[in-house]
Design a protein around this ligand. Structure first.
Ligand SMILES: [Zn+2]
Ligand SMILES: [Zn+2]
Length: 136
């Protein structure tokens, strides 16, 4: 890999790394371009997928939207069905589920993905405001 590629990869990794960081490829692209305006979307995609393969980050998909997650450890998520915000669910990853599937199916489970769906607190507030307006 040449120096420029390495530098691009470092910028992307810096943008996406961290607990609780969930970004779409477009969001990563926008953030990375602030540091390197020359970078292309294809390069961002290629590096993000490479980092997933390397286990530095992970990809979480829900309803056709893919988020890159700065935390590669298996964990559960909550996605708001109104605004699409994704966040880590305050649950503990249940390895017993993996074991149950392995035992019953004679398979090896790497991980499972639980995505809770509902309405986030911000959207709930907005709905309350709207209700108030309706009745005042
Ligand atoms: Zn929301
Ligand atoms: Zn996450």
């Amino acid at each position: 890999m040449n120096r420029r590629c390495t530098r691009q990869k470092q910028i992307i990794l810096r943008v996406i790394s961290g607990d609780g960081v969930h970004m779409t490829a477009d969001e990563v692209y926008a953030a990375v371009r602030k540091e390197d305006p020359e970078i292309g979307l294809a390069t961002v995609y290629r590096n993000l997928n490479l980092m997933c393969e390397e286990g530095r980050i992970q990809k979480v998909s829900d309803n056709g939207v893919s988020f890159y997650d700065g935390n590669p450890a298996p964990h559960d998520h909550f996605v708001c069905r109104i605004c699409g915000t994704i966040m880590d669910a305050p649950t503990t990853y249940d390895r017993a589920l993996d074991a149950a599937v392995e035992e019953a199916g004679g398979v090896i489970v790497d991980r499972h993905s639980i995505i809770f769906s509902g309405i986030c607190s911000e959207c709930m507030e907005k709905q309350k405001e709207k209700e108030k307006e309706k009745w005042s």
